[in-house]
Design a protein around this ligand. Structure first.
Ligand SMILES: O=C(O)CCC(=O)C(=O)O
Ligand SMILES: [Fe+2]
Length: 252
């Protein structure tokens, strides 16, 4: 039986790809279907429940697809694979599926970048975030630094925005526009998918105490070629025949 649609009908253009490549991220507002949003919230609460009530290894948040058939079924969903190949080209591997639910009062996350292929620009790694119920700027909201990914630096980190501005960002300009780099808070409606290159610096603002859980999951994919520090796939899961994932689960 064909899978339910994951995304609403949409078209991705060359301009979208240029924006992803220039900024380091691209938001696709409200792309998830209403039904997909509903099912994702069920799956994400399931992972939250088991990770808070049971002592499971491997860690359910990092290996989320291994604990939830619905999350697993999206790794090789035809619309997901079309999106991933639009970003990365034909040769792709699945890297991880991690839940990023943020409950009321969550501290957020300091600015950072991630790794892969620092010395080999032909290798790319993308994170596909599903912000199922969206977020506002100051409430578990993502902050981004457009252009930061072009430095291919896997080691950007700072405890505060000020530290980042005075440290890593000081004197740096966007390599394509020559404008000074800036930290930009963003805001997105429910159902939004955000694509982000691995070296793009980003952080998350705290969740307000009177807000409910921000429901989020990230699926990561890469071109094969190097070991990946973020590859969270158990040996058993690598051998499982999840439909659509044939050829995608191995490291190389
Ligand atoms: O929670 C988020 O929105 C992003 C989290 C993140 O950047 C990460 O887990 O690396
Ligand atoms: Fe991150």
């Amino acid at each position: 039986m064909p899978q339910e649609p994951l995304f609403k009908p949409h078209t991705l253009t060359d301009a979208d790809k240029h924006q992803l490549d220039a900024d380091g991220h691209l938001a696709l507002p409200g792309l998830l279907t209403d039904e997909a949003q509903k099912q994702l919230i069920g799956a994400l609460s399931h992972i939250q429940d088991i990770s808070e009530t049971q002592d499971l290894l491997p860690e359910p948040k990092r290996y989320a697809a291994e604990y939830d058939d619905h999350l697993a079924s999206l790794i090789g969903h035809p619309q997901m694979l079309d999106l991933v190949r639009w970003i990365l080209g034909p040769e792709i591997r699945f890297d991880h599926c991690l839940t990023l639910n943020r409950r009321s009062g969550n501290d957020g996350l300091r600015c950072h970048s991630h790794s892969y292929g620092e010395a080999n620009p032909t290798l790319s790694f993308v994170r596909i975030f599903f912000y199922v119920n969206g977020f506002t700027g100051n409430n578990a909201g993502l902050k981004v630094i457009p252009g930061s990914h072009l430095f291919r630096d896997s080691d950007i980190k700072a405890a505060t925005d000020e530290e980042l501005l005075k440290g890593w960002m000081a004197g740096k300009v966007h390599p394509l526009t020559s404008k000074p780099l800036g930290i930009e808070p963003i805001e997105v409606p429910p159902g939004t998918v955000i694509l982000m290159w691995t070296h793009a610096a980003h952080g998350v603002t705290p969740r307000k105490p009177d807000s409910g859980t921000r429901w989020t999951v990230v699926y990561a994919y890469r071109n094969p070629g190097e070991p990946s520090a973020a590859r969270w796939i158990s040996e058993d899961f690598e051998q499982t025949d999840t439909p659509g994932t044939e050829g995608l689960m191995s490291l190389y």
